[in-house]
Unconditional design. Structure first.
Length: 271
């Protein structure tokens, strides 16, 4: 399969996967997610691939979900609009599960801003190594929804409930040093040596028993995953509740008009 939105390079036992839509700061559209999942399927049973490295082209890791991606509009009917969003939510959950369940070691090389879905990708990685220029931003509550794809409990697991709620509720931008302090990333390194530092990190693991490393990941994931539970059963319904609220409409209008949204918390009533 030829890839349009990602670059895949192999060096020895490692795949470097670059999100490659620099004109929109590597915003993640559905075709990009499907391309990533195609890579996961191809390497899943490949014992010669031990590492997957994710980074972004240009100066950004990812600006998150593509807000301009085409799809049904609210004007076409609220129910069809919501059903389309539920399908996208299920795809997001599948993407996260497939990435987390890979037996290969996965590393996010955060070369710049990571927003929303970009942060989600990083949460599903085993390790995150950040450039000093990295920034992390979770804007979902400012666009009328919550941090979906099972990312809220994943973030809680990583940084603790209070800090996770702070990051999601305030929509504050977190710089690299703060991300290191709270445990969101494993290391912060000089920007120009990011990939060299990732290679040094990989080299340490490369010297260890491949079977032992895979078993460590399996055991660690088996311990932590039940804490999350199967959010695919109820999170799409929670998302549906967001979209029957007028706040989601207001968020889209504000985005298009380049202004701050004015939220009310009122439910939208079909005419």
């Amino acid at each position: 399969m030829e890839y349009k939105y990602i670059l895949v390079e192999r060096e020895r036992d490692a795949l470097k996967i670059t999100l490659n839509r620099p004109e929109v700061l590597n915003a993640m559209n559905i075709p990009m997610i499907e391309e990533l999942m195609d890579v996961f399927g191809k390497v899943r049973d490949d014992g010669d691939v031990r590492f997957l490295i994710f980074t972004g082209s240009g100066e950004a890791f990812s600006s998150g979900a593509d807000m301009k991606e085409t799809g049904k509009s609210r004007e076409e009917g609220l129910l069809s609009f919501i059903e389309e969003r539920k399908v996208k939510q299920k795809l997001g959950h599948k993407f996260m599960r497939e990435l987390e369940s890979l037996e290969q070691v996965t590393i996010g090389a955060v070369n710049g801003i990571a927003v929303g879905a970009g942060v989600a990708l990083l949460l599903a990685c085993d390790f995150r190594i950040a450039s000093e220029r990295a920034r992390f931003y979770i804007p979902e509550t400012n666009v009328g929804i919550f941090f979906t794809w099972g990312c809220t409990p994943r973030l809680v697991k990583l940084v603790g409930p209070s800090k996770a709620k702070e990051l999601i509720m305030t929509c504050d931008i977190t710089d690299a040093e703060e991300a290191l302090r709270i445990g969101l990333v494993n290391k912060v390194v000089p920007h120009n040596s990011l990939m060299d530092e990732v290679q040094k990190f990989i080299d340490k693991i490369r010297k260890r028993s491949p079977l032992a490393i895979r078993l460590v990941k399996l055991v660690a994931n088996a311990y932590s995953t039940p804490i999350i539970g199967d959010l695919t059963l109820y999170e799409p319904e929670l998302v549906r509740l967001c979209y029957v609220c007028e706040d989601a409409d207001e968020a889209i209008r504000a985005f298009r008009e380049k202004r701050e949204p004015r939220f009310t918390g009122k439910l939208r009533v079909e005419g």
